[in-house]
Design a protein around this ligand. Structure first.
Ligand SMILES: *Cc1c(COP(=O)(O)O)cnc(C)c1O
Length: 462
């Protein structure tokens, strides 16, 4: 299996190379040259399998010869061993045809653990074999950073630097990044928004001198291996509800478009998905784009669902690549226009997107009201990101197609919003109950590329 860039100008890579590289050298994102498919019998045969075995069968065709079957099974087993639920991704029922897929039983209580724990094991295995070392740099709106630090802390072949917007992540998110004591972990509080952090990480990747000098590797959701890991739970949950004999829809709380793009890949692989619904908070650029074709960032407004406070949605580039018939030059041009304020999706591409995706947004008041209402009517406490999705799912639900809404974080990760809406303080699971007592280690730094690069160079020499 080979991987190509969405902008068509970067070298074609193997799975291992694409995984270790992250961003393509032409600024694009890697996608598989072809998308493998499963026939109906192969999908039906997934029924009743463990999460790990499902993961092996879904991801195997993408790995090529990077790992043997035995190695890959071992990597998957290690990745999910630390989850707090044997089903890994259990479902609960909200209404007669509405289900919540709980993706928050990993070590940092958000769905990012599904991809990050796997990537940690993949990197470890590949680097050990090559005898090489890398510097991982990532930007986070909160959950990616904690998941990355948890997955990479203490591994010998990596240093991990996480940029997060100072003062704009929840206390639990911050503490998950600043309390690990391992020397290879570096939490950087950057003056600015998530989009600034993400832009600086992209700048580092485009500074080839720096990139090659420190052996930069990326684990943001632009990394193909992360998207791939997320494809698994679409199959796992849909099959549990009767696929492939029955169509299923999904609603996904969306920021950087990684999670819902994994749903798109599942559909292309043959999973009978009826609708993929994009749910956004008040930062609703994706909803506006799907409705009007105009993609014009106009500044982030902080919300109670901070992991979705995004205006430049990186993985949307992958969706555009397919909507434009895999035309790398067209994507390249759109991304150039984005640097100058935004772009208009062509009629044909917009139609292609609308055939696949529905969308909706959710205000702050509606988010709180949904948390209140769901607690009252079902007894479920939910995090604000999940509530955004539940509100939008309820607007798109049909009686004859089950809707699975992705529950992306544990309510205890966002206790203030949950308490305000329900009067109930959600408790952290016992395994991390002492989080508020652990001591913190963090470096505050300006939104400045040169300062960031010199700090990273210094730290990795020690
Ligand atoms: C990251 C995140 C999202 C958004 O996922 P994307 O893949 O960026 O669209 C939603 N909810 C939570 C809790 C998250 O951490």
């Amino acid at each position: 299996m080979k991987y190509i860039s969405t902008r068509g100008q970067a070298p074609v890579l193997s799975f291992e190379e694409a995984m270790l590289t992250g961003l393509a050298r032409d600024g694009g994102l890697y996608v598989p040259e072809t998308i493998p498919t499963l026939d109906k019998a192969e999908i039906a045969a997934l029924a009743g399998l463990s999460y790990e075995e499902t993961a092996f069968r879904i991801m195997r065709p993408y790995i090529g010869d990077t790992f043997t079957d035995a190695e890959f099974r071992d990597i998957i087993a290690k990745a999910y061993a630390g989850f707090g639920h044997t089903a890994r991704a259990p479902m609960v029922q909200l209404d007669s045809n509405h289900f919540l897929l709980e993706l928050f039983h990993g070590p940092t209580l958000a769905f990012k653990d599904f991809a990050m724990q796997l990537i940690g094991q993949l990197f470890q295995a590949a680097l050990k074999r090559n005898g090489s070392r890398v510097t991982i740099v990532g930007a986070t709106s909160g959950d990616t950073g904690s998941a990355a630090i948890e997955a990479f802390k203490g591994l010998d072949a990596v240093d991990v630097f996480i940029l997060f917007p100072n003062g704009r992540v929840s206390e639990v998110q911050r503490r998950q990044m600043t309390t690990p004591a391992e020397a290879n972990v570096h939490a950087l509080a950057v003056e600015g928004h998530f989009d600034d952090c993400q832009a600086r990480v992209k700048d580092m990747f485009n500074d080839f001198d720096f990139r090659d000098g420190v052996k930069l590797a990326g684990v943001n959701s632009i990394n193909w291996a992360r998207v791939l890991a997320q494809v698994v739970y679409y199959f796992y949950s849909a099959v549990a509800l009767g696929a492939p004999d029955r169509k299923i829809s999904f609603t996904v709380p969306t920021g950087n478009f990684g999670d819902i793009f994994a749903g798109y890949i599942a559909k292309r692989m043959g999973l009978p998905i009826d609708r993929l619904v994009i749910a956004t908070n008040q930062n609703d650029i994706l909803h506006r784009c799907l409705t009007t074709g105009e993609y014009r960032p106009d500044g982030v407004i902080p919300s109670i669902s901070p992991s979705m406070d995004i205006q430049v949605s990186s993985n949307f580039e992958r969706a555009l690549f397919y909507a434009y018939g895999q035309d790398g030059a067209a994507v390249s041009q759109l991304m150039d226009e984005l640097k100058n304020g935004g772009f208009t999706v062509s009629q044909g591409a917009l139609q292609a997107l609308q055939e696949l995706f529905d969308s909706g947004n959710c205000s702050e008041a509606e988010t709180s009201a949904t948390i209140t209402d769901m607690f009252a009517t079902t007894g479920e406490l939910m995090c604000p990101h999940t509530a955004v999705a539940v509100k939008v799912a309820n607007e798109h639900r049909k009686t004859d197609v089950p809707m699975i809404t992705l529950s992306t974080a544990h309510p205890a990760k966002f206790p203030a919003a949950v308490k305000a809406a329900t009067g109930v303080h959600p408790d952290l699971p016992a395994r991390m109950a002492d989080l508020y007592e652990r001591s913190e280690r963090v470096t505050e730094i300006g939104n400045d590329l040169a300062a960031l690069e010199s700090l990273i160079r210094e730290r990795i020499q020690n």
